[in-house]
Ligand binder design. Sequence first.
Ligand SMILES: [Fe+2]
Ligand SMILES: [Fe+2]
Length: 362
Amino acid sequence: MANELPATHPQTTAAAKTSLEALYNWNYEAEIDQLRNLYANALERQWIALRDLDWEREIDHDAFSRTFSLAGIPIQQTTFWKSLEPDLRWEVSRRSAAFMLSNFLHGEQGAMMVAGQLVNAVPHMDGKFYAATQTLDEARHVEVFAAYIKKLDVVYPIAPALKILLDNILGAEDWMKKAVGMQVVAEGLALYSFRDMRNQTEEPLLKKLLTYVSRDEARHTGYGVKYLSVVVPTLDDRQRAELEDFAFESARLLIDSRVSNSIRQNVFKMWEAAGVDIKAALELIMKDRERVVTELQRTGGRLGPIRGFVIPTLNSIGLFSARIRGHFEEMFEANVGAQAMRKIGDIPDLPEDLDAWVNEGV
Ligand SMILES: [Fe+2]
Ligand SMILES: [Fe+2]
């Protein structure tokens, strides 16, 4: 006898209106070899979250709070951090990390839905094959982030700006906008942040999980770069400008403090709930700021995900005109409130082998 159907449907809390053209392609031969190879590579590199990660293992509290970083800033080097009792360090780091990982988790759900859309929307069979593998990768990412957060704390709600970004990408009709918004901007930023967090943390389960996820993300970004590099040169000026604007708007939603200054406030609220005296903490952090920044620069500096990765990606696929550079520079200046921060200068090359770049430091 068949199992009984569940009595209730899952409650949906949000919906995005989407509309896209689903394209058939009757040519089953490889047309873009680079994408066909990437698909083959994705098949080889599948992993199974329940089998390949040790979920029985408890989170190592000490390693976790000793090597906790917030948006690339090694907060554990500050006097503020050293002034906290070990229990409070664990409380603060676990809550802040759960907050960040929750937004990664929600982003992964969005990425899974967009990858599913790309199977329909991209015109080439190689592109459809690849997007099919990515859909599965993203399902696994949703699975692992949800499982890890469960060990730490609760799942926090999505940041409003991230929700707008996902709605924009899901709602875009043009597959190239989806690819630029998701594969290049959102996944580029995610990849850089995952790799940063992976390099900082000494908590074994988190380190392994982020290593596996980053390897997948490197392929996803690679897909955007390879596919768009083939297509962008065929576009006219108007189409190219539209794509550039979409990329800029996507980045703006993720990093412009004028759009969303609530992330920092949310983190401070959580610290307060954990028992931190925020006023005293901020004073200590401000005192240390210069020393930590100098230390960061001495050890090779840190360009951050947009300057260090997203802009080089846009540049490499031909979507970084002088016009759009001006938009980014204006945003940087407004965000930091200093003209010195405006200049983008020479754009670094994208790592040639993203997979090797991800594995550096493992
Ligand atoms: Fe992902
Ligand atoms: Fe991804």
